[in-house]
Write a protein that binds this ligand. Structure first.
Ligand code: AP5
Length: 231
């Protein structure tokens, strides 16, 4: 079905959160996806699920993620294509952690064309490196629902327990100081070039990610509404 035949209240757009590890992509992507009733697609979460299930993909990705490198495109692209083929992506989706290389971005452009969707809209989370270490080493995630906390800035009411569903809060194995450095390096080298890639396409907004979660949320909502109004 062509884009103009779809219900107008839907987002009908792929939104990409682009920013360094710990910039708040996951925190904000979940909220935005819930607001528009579209899926939140985190390639990091998908890969971690493969690892926990011990799939062949997970077995290959595990040591790569443990040392903070990017998983090769050959493993990531098909996983993404399969996911956005599913019916729940029909009215758009929110990507968190994809694309991460220019090759991935070009591939996504082709996939979106095939799905009848416009250029993606990119939320660029701008934040300096110094703020990220505390955010990453302090992060705890609910094992059940994936809710994200921070022991310094967003602690749960009861230590180690999710406020929402009582699930156990766990630390990601790549959130140690030793692995954060190579992750930031991979971002600067392989992913940061996407900022100028998407800026050239006129589909990127800079967001001040140093602000509080609520203030960032407002900036993101305003940005997406502006795009909706402009189309
Ligand atoms: P992935 O899971 O995507 O991790 P990441 O990009 O490193 O990003 P993070 O999840 O660490 O941070 P975030 O920006 O989502 O921040 P969050 O909201 O959690 O990828 C992991 C690995 O998988 C990669 O290293 C790679 O190996 C592989 N991979 C994934 N996708 C791939 C791809 N496309 N290609 C190849 N390889 C891929 O927030 C962080 C903390 O800060 C939390 O504690 C939160 O509470 C806190 N916080 C958030 N916002 C604020 C705020 N405004 N103020 C204060 N604290 C805040």
């Amino acid at each position: 079905m062509a884009l103009e035949e779809r219900p107008v209240e839907k987002l009908d757009r792929a939104v990409i959160f682009l920013g360094p590890p710990g910039s708040g992509k996951g925190t904000q992507a979940k909220v935005l996806a819930a607001r528009y009733g579209i899926p939140h697609l985190s390639t990091g979460d998908m890969l971690r699920e493969h690892i926990s299930k011990g799939t062949p993909l997970g077995l290959k990705a595990k040591p790569i993620m443990a040392r903070g490198d990017l998983v090769p495109d050959s493993l990531v692209l098909k996983m993404v294509a399969d996911r956005i083929d599913r019916e729940d992506c029909y009215h758009g989706f929110v990507f968190d952690g994809f694309p991460r290389t220019v090759t991935q971005a070009k591939y996504l452009g082709e996939l979106l064309k095939q799905h009848g969707l416009n250029q993606p809209f990119v939320i660029h989370m701008v934040i300096g490196r110094s703020a990220l270490l505390k955010r990453l080493t302090g992060r705890r995630t609910c094992r059940v629902g994936g809710e994200i906390y921070n022991i310094y800035d967003r602690p749960p009411k009861v230590e180690g327990v999710c406020d929402k569903d009582g699930g156990e809060l766990v630390q990601r194995p790549d959130d140690t100081e030793e692995v954060v450095a190579p992750r930031l390096h991979a971002y600067e080298k392989q992913t940061a070039p996407l900022v100028s890639f998407y800026r050239r396409l006129n589909s990127l907004d800079d967001i001040d990610a140093t602000k509080s979660v609520e203030e960032v949320q407002q900036q993101v909502a305003d940005s997406v509404e502006r795009i909706r109004g402009a189309r």
